[in-house]
Design a protein around this ligand. Structure first.
Ligand SMILES: Nc1ncnc2c1ncn2[C@@H]1O[C@H](COP(=O)(O)OP(=O)(O)O)[C@@H](O)[C@H]1O
Ligand SMILES: Nc1ccn([C@@H]2O[C@H](COP(=O)(O)OP(=O)(O)O)[C@@H](O)[C@H]2O)c(=O)n1
Length: 217
């Protein structure tokens, strides 16, 4: 195996640190990175902007077709309310089908790629070279999200954020189409007691081990 075929799939619940890890790994291995959550957020944002209900499947499908991976604006889409809305439109199978096609095209680049989301190891890239399932306790995740919100606009309530995270976990893990769960061959990384650097080193150790074993075989 060569670095050119390295596809790293990272899944996990909200605020587990998968995006941070994905960006660090993409930088380290010189791979393009796609935060697939932004694609669901882009659909939700379009519906919210137009004032269409989040359960309006035909409009959500139309919005999904318009998603352009090259113009996903993280600053606009990372707002807490858009994440909440994204998990509501993410239950619509036709929306998932359209976005998964775009995500697979991204993963198929000759350079390889890093993708993070909820169903990368199970649905989008079932043949990924390495699959990581990043978790942390709901309390730790809520604390991280609160710190993030406070750093951005200075206001946030821990109990509300914890309840939002619990609701989002339930929706993401309980939906019929592509629920959040670790792929059978995913490596679990519980970052509850790891800082960002420690999680990055742990992930690299797993990836380098898999790449080395594959190049020997
Ligand atoms: N291991 C970690 N320790 C402490 N904070 C972390 C860790 N990983 C991520 N964070 C912080 O937690 C927040 C959520 O991380 P993020 O990568 O956006 O999560 P996700 O992509 O899973 O939603 C960010 O503010 C990030 O800086
Ligand atoms: N591959 C993916 C990525 C996100 N999503 C949905 O999109 C929502 C927002 O994803 P995100 O990754 O941006 O959310 P955070 O983990 O950053 O809070 C999730 O709660 C999921 O419902 C999905 O269904 N499948």
């Amino acid at each position: 195996m060569t670095a050119a075929s390295l596809v790293i799939a990272i899944d996990g619940p909200a605020a587990s640190g998968k995006g941070t890890l994905a960006r660090r790994l993409a930088d380290y291995y010189h791979l393009p990175h796609l935060d697939t959550g932004l694609t669901y957020r882009a659909v939700a944002h379009m519906l919210l902007t137009k004032g269409w209900p989040l359960g309006d499947a035909p409009h959500a499908v139309e919005a999904a077709r318009l998603v352009d991976l090259g113009s996903l604006d993280r600053d606009v889409l990372s707002v807490h309310a858009v994440g909440e809305a994204a998990s509501k439109i993410a239950v619509i199978p036709e929306v998932r089908r359209i976005l998964v096609d775009k995500q697979r095209a991204f993963a198929a680049q000759v350079s390889g790629a890093v993708l993070d989301g909820r169903d990368i190891g199970t649905v989008v890239c079932p043949d990924a070279t390495v699959k990581l399932y990043v978790t942390a306790s709901a309390e730790v995740r809520a604390r991280r999200r609160l710190a993030e919100i406070e750093a951005r606009d200075g206001t946030g309530d821990f109990a509300t954020i914890l309840a939002d995270i619990a609701r989002r976990d339930e929706r993401d893990m309980g939906r019929a189409d592509s629920p959040l769960r670790p792929a059978a061959d995913a490596h679990l990384l519980d970052t509850s007691e790891m800082d960002i650097e420690t999680a990055f080193i742990a992930a690299r150790t797993i990836i380098d081990g898999i790449v080395a074993a594959a190049s020997e075989s």
